[in-house]
Ligand binder design. Structure first.
Ligand SMILES: [Zn+2]
Length: 269
């Protein structure tokens, strides 16, 4: 025990001494989730690293007009990033970035901008810190690219929300009642903001609303088909909107957090 403690103490002292020594430089693909001004000249950046997961870091002097970071730190920018971690510090130091693909132009359109803001906020809220997950990374990029290519964001957003639930293990069953577990079959299904899933007519809580059959069918299709296939066929807009709204309710319920950009999205009409 004593030896173990001595070794541990020695190691702790060593770590203390090394507190400011830079760790090895990391390189990864990344997507910027948010970036905020920090002090006079720096930016605080939240990003999704493909090899290390969601992280936060500081980009020194990034607020200056002739910053070496240029527009790479804008929301949803797909970049290559170089950074190093420091012992005992939560924030990494971003030393260099290189733009792979920009989504900046989409923010000049209200609807696309609101959808992209939701993509980044949901990723920020749902994804665990420092855990490399390739599927959410690909989902984010896929949906942002779909908005860019089609200038339509309703279907990509609904798809993004459903798949976020699915990948997080938060998707309630779409074919049975979440309260009694009975298979819904051809029965009517109900939804309510207080409910994480679909309820049968017997279990529906007060104030629950009927979810049309075509909305349920579309949600099932969205969780099994590719986004390209869904964008090609025209899904009924009301059903798409309904699914987005329910999926956002479920994400908020699971994350125990209200999404700020949801309001922006819902005000678009
Ligand atoms: Zn039931």
């Amino acid at each position: 025990m004593q030896v173990g403690r001595r070794i541990r103490e020695r190691r702790e002292r060593a770590v203390g001494r090394r507190a400011d020594t830079p760790m090895p430089l990391h390189e990864s693909e990344a997507i910027i989730l948010q970036s905020y001004p920090l002090g006079e000249a720096d930016r605080l950046v939240s990003f999704l690293s493909r090899s290390s997961g969601r992280m936060r870091g500081v980009a020194k002097a990034a607020k200056r007009t002739k910053s070496k970071f240029g527009s790479t730190l804008e929301r949803l920018s797909y970049i290559r990033i170089w950074y190093f971690e420091r012992e005992r510090r939560d924030l990494v130091s971003i030393t260099q970035t290189e733009l792979i693909e920009s989504f900046l132009e989409l923010f000049s359109d209200y609807e696309s901008g609101a959808a992209l803001a939701l993509f980044s906020e949901i990723s920020e809220v749902v994804l665990p810190e420092k855990e490399a997950l390739d599927a959410p990374f690909r989902l984010l990029l896929l949906c942002a690219r779909a908005v860019k290519a089609t200038h339509k964001s309703e279907v990509p957003l609904a798809y993004f929300c459903l798949w976020t639930l699915k990948l997080a293990g938060w998707m309630p069953p779409l074919d049975s009642c979440v309260i009694c577990g009975r298979a819904l079959g051809e029965e009517q299904a109900f939804v309510a903001p207080s409910l994480h899933g679909l309820a049968c007519s017997r279990c529906r809580p007060a104030g629950a609303r009927l979810l049309p059959k075509e909305s349920i069918a579309l949600a099932r299709r969205m969780t099994t088909q590719k986004l390209e296939q869904l964008v090609e066929v025209s899904a009924p807009p009301i059903a798409v909107r309904e699914i987005t709204s329910i999926a956002l309710d479920w994400i908020e319920w699971q994350a125990e957090k209200r999404l700020i950009s949801r309001k922006m999205w819902e005000q678009k009409i």
